[in-house]
Design a protein around this ligand. Structure first.
Ligand SMILES: *[C@@H]1O[C@H](CO)[C@@H](O)[C@H](O)[C@H]1NC(C)=O
Ligand SMILES: *[C@@H]1O[C@H](CO)[C@@H](O)[C@H](O)[C@H]1NC(C)=O
Ligand SMILES: *[C@@H]1O[C@H](CO)[C@@H](O)[C@H](O)[C@H]1NC(C)=O
Ligand SMILES: *[C@@H]1O[C@H](CO)[C@@H](O)[C@H](O)[C@H]1NC(C)=O
Length: 395
């Protein structure tokens, strides 16, 4: 290789590296007027940083540096010209009364997005939970809403004391959530960890959720949801539904394709739950695999409840028309706080089909004898160890 050729290649390399670097631009919220210290409300500075970043054609990093930033309700919307990164190094704290009752922070219409950093979103829930508990406020804002976000990553952040759910994903696709932490007290009202609806290919891994409601709620329109290495508890478990609670005529609720693997539930009210309202609306829940799950002191480790009717508008005597089928529970072990460690309570009009139980080892810790199974309107098979004894004939 001649000298000129090497020189040429070196220059080409330097030029390419330079283009790559130029391609990344940082938009520090402080440069757009945000002031840390927890006293000044900063939505203007944050939005200004986002707007400018959104116009950048390369990788745009909206940076929230160390410090505590007070923030009212804000929506960070696309379409954006390049790849958007929201990097939270500091802490963002909700103002005491958020102006939008539905949301605190929303990310919307972004294709190619990362929310990262080791910072914290602090919803200041303890300031509003009393009004929820005594019925003096109706809706409370969800901390982080992701709507119409495609091809994204959500990693390393923490959300604490959300007023309502911590994270809600609507109309998302190909989103990877990893290493996040969601915390709220066990008795905080409606503080679901992650709610998913009308979304496809949402993957959640290496995540810790301790909260007052469902750790993860998989709702209508969720397809191909993958959950692994999640630690849940306290909380209400990983729940599909409630399904069939809508009142839109001719509309169906559908949840298809779900895997929950290598996850642990500790001191939760439910473990793996599927619930449908006792109502006339149709739908389908199918293609679920629950595998390698540990239950520590869980009230209802495995539960299908098709008679869910805590309050109107459902009719406790109506039978659910949601079809539940092709559900596999494999290697589920640990302790149950209730005697009925396995409850498969299906609909009399559309019985559950092809429910598979494989190696279930659940021990009841109370003093009313060994663990038991409760089954109604369910067809399936069992394989391997069955403790409690399965309702199915073993295959
Ligand atoms: C999410 O993870 C999956 C599986 O590891 C990968 O195929 C996909 O490209 C990832 N998506 C994003 C947006 O990074
Ligand atoms: C359920 O989700 C599907 C797919 O996103 C949607 O078309 C349908 O309207 C939803 N049903 C209800 C009752 O919201
Ligand atoms: C998942 O659990 C299985 C069985 O306990 C174990 O063999 C496997 O290594 C685990 N995988 C991960 C990624 O932790
Ligand atoms: C679970 O609850 C028991 C009491 O029921 C308590 O002793 C234990 O510390 C709790 N475990 C965790 C991890 O919170």
């Amino acid at each position: 290789m001649g000298f000129t050729r090497i020189l040429f290649l070196t220059l080409l390399f330097v030029w390419a590296a330079d283009v790559q670097c130029q391609n990344v631009k940082i938009f520090n919220v402080k440069k757009y007027g945000a002031i840390p210290g927890g006293k000044t409300e900063n939505s203007k500075g944050f939005l200004e940083a986002w707007k400018n970043a959104c116009q950048w054609k390369g990788k745009a990093v909206v940076l929230v540096p160390a410090g505590t930033y007070l923030l009212d309700s804000v929506k960070f919307e696309g379409e954006c010209k390049g790849y958007m990164i929201f990097k939270l190094k500091g802490n963002v704290m909700a103002v005491s009364k958020l102006k939008d009752i539905n949301q605190w922070i929303t990310f919307k219409y972004v294709n190619g997005f990362t929310l990262a950093g080791r910072g914290t979103f602090d919803g200041q829930g303890h300031k509003v939970w009393p009004c929820k508990r005594n019925g003096q406020c109706q809706t409370l804002p969800i901390s982080l809403r992701f709507e119409f976000i495609k091809n994204g990553n959500l990693q390393n952040i923490r959300s604490i004391n959300s007023q309502n759910a911590h994270v809600s994903i609507f109309a998302g696709s190909n989103l990877n959530i990893s290493n996040i932490k969601l915390f709220a007290p066990q008795d905080s009202p409606n503080t679901d960890g992650i709610k998913i609806s009308s979304s496809e290919e949402i993957r959640i891994t290496r995540t810790t959720i301790s909260t007052g409601d469902d750790c993860i709620a998989i709702l209508n329109g969720s397809k191909k949801t993958h959950i692994s290495q999640v630690s849940c508890g306290p909380g209400h478990g990983i729940s599909v539904g409630s399904m069939g609670g809508n009142t839109v005529i001719d509309n169906k609720d559908i949840v298809v394709g779900l895997t929950v693997k290598n996850s642990t539930f500790t001191n939760t009210s439910n473990g793996l739950r599927i619930k449908t309202w006792a109502s006339h609306y149709q739908g389908l829940a199918s293609g679920f695999t629950y595998e390698d799950i540990i239950m520590n002191n869980v009230e209802n480790p495995i539960i299908i409840d098709q008679q869910y009717c805590p309050n109107s508008p459902c009719d406790a005597k109506a039978a659910s028309r949601i079809q539940i089928r092709d559900i596999t529970y494999s290697n589920i072990r640990g302790t149950s706080r209730s005697k009925a460690a396995v409850t498969l309570s299906c609909s009399s009009v559309v019985p559950c089909k092809n429910i598979v139980l494989k190696d279930i080892k659940l021990v009841y810790t109370g003093n009313e004898g060994p663990a038991s199974s409760i089954c109604s309107n369910v067809h399936g098979h069992s394989f391997g160890v069955q403790n409690p004894p399965s309702c199915f004939r073993s295959a």
